[in-house]
Ligand binder design. Structure first.
Ligand code: KIV
Length: 270
């Protein structure tokens, strides 16, 4: 198994391993984390996408700092040998002092190795700089930033026109300057994702942004198809866990409904 990454190995990854994609998956619970801990996965993200896939919310706007602490610490208890990144949720970093306090609490209580936050406005840059100076590694996230879904007017590919492409490139460079150790590019037009990747010294991790970023991230529930609905089109599931689990439970229910057969079925399953 691979040795756990550090912010230093992640930075040098960019120069050394041009053909070795940095692989990140989301994770939200202890048991899945302990399974991922036994794989060669590079990075675990406790994304606020847990609002959608674990808690059943329509958007990530409803996720709280308490939620991120609960799930983030569960994941870290299971994945002791992985570099774990936890999302700062919506509304916890709208001003400087609040953002500092939220990030410190999240970092301390989850024991994660880094936090991630969405955006590249001046107040984000200022916060990132201060966190990094105080020992909290930060992963950036630009392009489609789901916490701003209402403000952006839905989910769509970013950087298609010159103006937004320029803003994204500038944002990426400013985030690097502020000190992020890595940058998520979500639904960024793929030529632009490549350009940003080439322009940066830190690794980029793409989702729905083509394959020329330094790494890729997927929501594990999409990859395994754990939900009822079809995953986004950039994710080809490797399984259909929803159907698989449903069938296993249905078989179990059939086999054990008749009380006289309970003992027999239990023997069979052991
Ligand atoms: O919350 C999340 O899962 C994310 C990834 C999709 C990058 O931010």
């Amino acid at each position: 198994m691979k040795k756990a990454h550090t912010t230093r190995t992640l930075r040098s990854f960019k120069r050394v391993k041009k053909n070795d994609s940095l692989q990140m998956l989301t994770c939200y619970d202890f048991q899945t984390a302990s399974m991922l801990d036994e794989t060669d996965l590079d990075l675990i993200l406790v994304g606020d996408s847990l609002g959608n896939v674990v808690l059943g919310y329509e958007t990530t706007v409803e996720v709280t700092l308490g939620d991120m602490i609960t799930f983030g610490s569960a994941v870290k208890r299971g994945a002791k040998n992985k570099f774990v990144v936890v999302d700062l949720p919506f509304g916890t970093y709208t001003h400087f002092q609040q953002g500092l306090e939220a990030a410190v609490e999240l970092f301390q209580k989850t024991k994660a190795e880094a936090v991630k936050l969405e955006g590249c406005h001046p107040h984000h840059l200022e916060l990132i700089k201060r966190l990094v100076e105080n020992g909290i590694p930060v992963m950036g996230h630009i392009g489609l930033t789901p916490q701003s879904v209402h403000q952006m007017g839905g989910y769509y590919t970013h950087g298609k026109d010159n103006e937004s492409a320029k803003a994204l490139m500038e944002g990426a460079l400013k985030l690097q300057e502020a000190g992020v150790f890595s940058l998520v590019l979500e639904c960024v037009e793929k030529e632009l994702a490549k350009k940003i990747t080439d322009a940066l010294e830190i690794p980029t991790i793409g989702i729905g942004s083509g394959y020329e970023t330094d790494g890729q991230v997927l929501v594990i529930n999409d990859l395994l198809k754990m939900g009822k609905h079809q995953p986004p089109k950039f994710c080809t599931p490797v399984s259909d866990m929803f159907e698989l689990k449903k069938n296993l439970i249905s078989t179990y229910l059939e086999e054990t409904r008749n009380k006289s057969k309970l003992e027999e079925a239990n023997d069979h399953h052991h």
